[in-house]
Ligand binder design. Structure first.
Ligand code: AMP
Ligand code: ZN
Length: 113
């Protein structure tokens, strides 16, 4: 989608400091980090949110979670971390292109605000 910032990052029309990339996915630091490690993992194809996920997205979702696990290891988050997909307005989603936050490096409170 032309006006979607994460599609623009996926198309390399907008810069991001990629920490991971494969055929389906990209990961890069959040521009407004909420923890010492705060990465975003996105599918390159436009899917608006988790609310739009279908059964045939299963492989993609597994790849995203395995990438989160690998990045948590790479960034030495041995004490734990959080993977979050804010979904829709009440879920706090501000960018309507599916993304998973990987947060770590500090004690994360629960429940979130
Ligand atoms: P959410 O609010 O869950 O939709 O998350 C969107 C996240 O994208 C926010 O944490 C923003 O700080 C982050 N963000 C927005 N634009 C960019 C960008 N160009 N590069 C990296 N992160 C971004
Ligand atoms: Zn998009």
């Amino acid at each position: 989608m032309a006006d979607c910032i994460f599609c623009q990052i996926a198309a390399k029309e907008m810069a991001a400091d990629l920490v991971y990339e494969d055929e389906q996915l990209m990961a890069f630091p959040d521009i407004n980090p909420q923890a010492p490690v705060h990465l975003l993992i996105i599918p390159k194809r436009h899917i608006e949110s988790l609310a739009d996920i279908q059964v045939d997205h299963g492989g993609l979702l597994a790849s995203i979670l395995l990438t989160a696990k690998a990045l948590a290891k790479k960034y030495d988050l041995t004490d734990g971390y959080r993977v979050v997909a804010n979904t829709g307005n009440a879920g706090g989603q501000t960018v309507p292109h599916l993304h998973f936050h990987l947060l770590g490096g500090r004690d994360l409170g629960w429940p979130p605000g």
